[in-house]
Design a protein around this ligand. Structure first.
Ligand code: ADP
Length: 925
């Protein structure tokens, strides 16, 4: 039998069901569910496109309990309401002739509190997962264990009702089921823990209930599979003989297949690294006759027929295919046709390949996209030992570079046996190698460590490319040459760089801080735009004219009308500009000063800044745009009446010149330069700022030296709701979601949805100079940011308003009366006291009740350099300074006397992309 015949021949499972071939699509998280875990139509189409020739599709894991989701965008099977959506997936798969199996799981201690509304995750024992920042879970009571088993049972029932051909119990990837079996995470002393026998009880009970549900609601054709991770690194931890013990027990109860969860199908032991035998071979040698009756499935690295065949040769019965099925929806047909495939995707093909946008952003998938566009040879190959510092330790990394890629990164000195450290290092290492760039998102919970690794790689790259230039006889000190230099890597800078690159310009981004993102990364509310596609989808009637009028009113009529008009006109296109680059702002809320929902944000309601920067960065990396971090622009070079380039100062205090035809200044505002703030506004002496350290206004002085004029320098916005101990901004979206402000006496004192300047002034006028932002569970549930505030410890919560008032040292009679009166206003949609007209969303009456103490902080500098509507910098005679462009907060005039929440993000994308266009145009002249 040839390999193709073997893998394509039908296969019969122990329950008698025939799979039309031995190939399955592996369960892969797509992160494409709605915020509540329901199925999106994109997801249905993704699975539909991949069905047909492949025998079986195992649909990504579904959480069985709404406190059990382990990653954002997960889909759930935790309630009957979810059945309808899941049924669409099952139908789409089966319609095309494949079998549909659904994977079910609970994340246990791998769940992050911020994904479950700030709740503490649950697990067999109160032991945090060995990774930085992992929350310590609450140990489940015996009753909760029983209850959890019932939940798995309910999930099986729902999968049956949704029309799936089977379920796969997810006993792997360190999720709850594995946590019960692991001596590392399960240190209970009741019947569910202790001995190996006891630790096996939970997985077995889940299998039992799955059988029970199948018997009750399905017929014998219902498939039950089990996925397991064969070993753990931790000490104590699961070893291979423990796994064999468990699998024998599972097999004795009856199963239709077992699924090895390993990265590579022929992987050997991670515990005994001296033994190169693939685990599957060990498994085949050790298994009993009963276990040998259960088909076993392999996964990991299967791209071509030969890979699948090799798996079968080593003892697997079935082969699951992951990334190849993403890259080739018709993978099995291609294999059947004898094609040989390579794992990559054309970056323009997302829609054609039916890949949901969140999945496209996944690092594994992205690595496939990158493979297409690997830059030209740049490095002198070699291993570079780089010493860097994280928060607490000195670390040495060996960075191996090939001529055109980052080949490897190893930790040479540092906490080599710290499991937490090494596991997050592994993650950032593979992100960097996959992207072939150090400019990737940091690992959450391990930011300082990630930045250190990124830095080591950047340093090695600089050294190695210098070495290469020298080797080729080049002059290292000769000025580099670019069409466009962008100063600053906030939203405006990144948007400008991407646009200029896309119009054919060679681009360099220079950033003085060690990380990318500027102050933009802190933006919370969203991006304002009127008459957008996403507003239309939601039935929101809006007009550019109204957006213009409200921004003008909010800015005290001081806004530059020409800039404002350009801004309002281009905002919907800027939303599309982002969408075309995979950055979807399709959820909509409102901010103070706007009468209509026009603040666009990510669909899960999360803060816009991190999402935006991560998306823009992905685009920068994909395009191989050069970025220099820790490097500041000291001077914009100007000669013979035009801009000629920039003079840089690197971290090593080296001065470099770069020639450029256009320079875009996107250096942000000056809120973090208190001397400059106080120079223009003595009344703001002593105020905290919400801004990052780099917001020093240096771009303004750089341009002033070329004769640029400034405008509105005294217009400095203070944000009304800043947590004072950390200077952390409490997003306007909380008030926009329905929160109120009360003073220490428990009374409302102002229209919370008024503009930032007015609300701030009202807080400062209170005798205590602070206030509380108060909201209920209803507001929290709809606002991801609230969960973050809870996780950061800013929030005082209580089960009743009275308890909350007590905790805040507030007169509860007054507080209760305030809530009652406000709730009455919500009911009649009229605020008799302070004239609030927007975000009177729902009565504040659903416990728990929450409060955050806040006061104003310096937030945005509306003033800055003057530009025309083509982002060209103007001098005091309103004449263009040739070759100088500016965008973002460094520019003055657009916002007038007060910036409306959501308008800064719109500003940076509208004018950032425009500056990129104009700068590229000039460079091409
Ligand atoms: P915007 O919102 O306008 O894009 P951001 O504050 O987000 O502004 O980003 C501006 C970025 O510019 C920051 O990361 C800041 O560190 C950087 N920056 C400021 N001055 C300089 C300079 N002289 N050289 C290089 N980078 C600078």
């Amino acid at each position: 039998m040839t390999s193709n015949e073997r893998i394509l021949s039908p296969f019969t499972l122990p329950n008698g069901v025939e799979l039309k071939n031995r190939l399955l699509m592996a369960p892969m998280t797509t992160c494409t569910g709605y915020f509540d875990g329901t199925v999106t139509s994109e997801l249905v189409e993704y699975y539909r496109a991949r069905s047909g020739a492949i025998g079986t599709i195992i649909v990504e894991c579904c959480f069985v309990d709404d406190l059990g989701l382990a990653f954002p965008g997960a889909i759930g099977i935790d309630s009957d309401e979810k059945i309808a959506g899941l049924a669409k997936i099952a139908a789409a798969i089966k319609e095309k002739g494949s079998k549909a199996i659904l994977q079910i799981y609970h994340g246990g201690r791998m769940v992050e509190p911020k994904l479950i509304g700030g709740h503490t995750p649950i697990a067999p024992s109160a032991i945090a997962a060995p990774r930085e920042g992992a929350a310590t879970p609450v140990a489940m009571s015996a009753a909760e264990v029983e209850n959890m088993i019932a939940k798995f049972g309910e999930a099986v029932r729902r999968a049956i009702h949704a029309g799936f051909d089977g379920v796969e119990i997810h006993g792997a990837n360190t999720y709850l089921i594995q946590q019960f079996f692991s001596p590392n995470s399960n240190q209970r002393d009741d019947e569910w823990g202790g001995s190996r026998e006891n630790r096996a009880r939970f997985p077995l009970a889940v299998l039992d209930i799955a059988h029970k549900m199948a018997r009750q609601y399905a017929d014998d054709a219902f498939i039950i599979g089990y996925r397991f991770s064969p070993e753990e690194l931790e000490v104590p931890g699961i070893r291979f003989d423990d796994t064999m013990f468990l699998l024998e027990k599972l097999a004795a109860r009856g199963l239709d297949y077992l699924h090895f969860s390993v990265g590579a199908a022929l992987r050997s032991s991670i515990n005994d690294t001296t033994d190169p035998t693939p685990l599957i071979e060990k498994y085949c040698a050790l298994r009993s006759e009963t276990l040998a009756q259960i088909p076993v499935m392999g996964v990991g690295g299967i791209v071509n027929a030969a890979d699948a065949e090799e798996g079968l040769d080593h003892g697997y019965d079935l082969m699951a295919v992951g990334r190849a099925c993403i890259a080739y929806p018709d993978w099995a047909s291609r294999i059947a046709n004898g094609e040989t495939l390579e794992l990559f995707m054309d970056s323009t093909q997302r829609e054609a390949l039916n890949i949901p946008e969140p999945l496209w952003r996944f690092s594994l998938v992205e690595a496939m996209i990158r493979d297409m566009s690997m830059g030209a040879a740049k490095f002198k190959p070699g291993v570079f030992a780089e010493t860097v510092q994280d928060d607490s330790t000195t670390l040495v990394f060996n960075v191996s570079l090939e001529t055109d890629c980052i080949a490897d990164i190893t930790l040479a000195e540092g906490p080599l046996d710290d499991v937490e450290f090494t596991s997050s290092f592994e993650e950032i290492r593979s992100r960097i190698i996959d992207a072939n760039s150090p400019h990737v998102d940091a690992i959450s919970g391990a930011t300082s460590q990630s930045e250190a690794v990124k830095k080591a790689v950047s340093k090695a790259m600089v050294k190695s490319s210098k070495a290469r230039i020298a080797e080729e006889g080049g002059d290292i000190s000769a000025p580099k040459n670019y069409d466009v230099v962008v100063i600053g890597s906030g939203g405006a800078g990144l948007a400008a760089a991407i646009q200029a690159h896309d119009e054919g310009a060679s681009v360099l981004i220079v950033e003085k801080m060690p990380t990318i993102g500027g102050n933009t990364i802190k933006a919370s509310a969203g991006m304002n735009a009127a008459e957008t596609r996403f507003q239309r989808v939601k039935g929101i009637q809006d007009s550019k004219a109204l957006f213009y009028a409200e921004t003008l009113k909010g800015g005290g009529e001081k806004n530059d009308p020409a800039l404002l008009r350009r801004f309002v006109e281009h905002a919907p296109e800027a939303i599309e500009w982002l969408a075309r680059r995979g950055i979807m702002l399709n959820d909509i809320t409102t901010t103070g000063g706007m009468s209509i929902d026009r603040t666009h944000r990510p669909r899960d309601g999360s803060a816009v800044g991190g999402y935006l920067i991560s998306g823009l960065l992905r685009n920068v990396t994909k395009r191989n745009i050069d970025v220099m971090l820790d490097t500041s622009v000291e001077e914009i070079l100007f000669d013979a009446g035009e801009v000629r380039g920039v003079r840089l100062l690197t971290e090593e205090q080296e001065t470099l010149s770069v020639d450029a035809k256009s320079v875009i200044v996107a250096t942000g505002g000056f809120s973090a330069n208190s001397a400059m703030v106080v120079k223009y506004r003595p009344d703001l002496d002593g105020f905290v700022t919400t801004n990052h350290k780099g917001a020093t206004g240096s771009g303004i002085s750089l341009l002033e030296r070329l004769g640029a004029a400034t405008v509105d320098m005294g217009e400095i916005q203070i944000h009304p709701t800043v947590e004072q101990n950390t200077s952390y901004l409490i997003s306007e979206s909380i008030r926009g979601g329905g929160a109120i402000l009360v003073n220490q006496q428990g009374n409302r004192f102002f229209n919370e949805m008024s503009t930032r300047d007015k609300v701030s002034a009202a807080i400062i006028a209170l005798p205590e100079h602070y206030a509380y932002i108060v909201f209920d569970e209803h507001v929290r549930a709809k606002n991801k940011a609230a969960d973050e505030y809870i996780a950061r410890g800013f929030v005082t919560s209580a089960s009743s308003p009275r308890e909350l008032a007590d905790k805040l040292g507030m007169d509860y009679h007054a507080f209760l009366a305030t809530l009652e009166r406000y709730n009455g206003f919500v009911e009649k949609q009229h605020d008799d006291d302070f004239g609030r007209t927007t975000a009177l969303r729902a009565p504040i009456n659903e416990g728990p009740f929450h409060a955050i103490q806040i006061a104003p902080g310096v937030h945005h500098t509306m003033g800055g350099v003057t530009i025309n509507t083509d982002t060209q910098v103007l001098n005091s005679e309103q004449q263009v300074i040739p070759g100088a462009f500016a965008a973002g907060e460094v520019v003055g005039g657009l916002h007038g006397g007060n910036r409306i929440g959501g308008n800064a993000v719109a500003d940076i994308i509208v004018f950032g992309s425009l500056a990129g266009h104009q700068a590229a145009l000039r460079a091409k002249r």
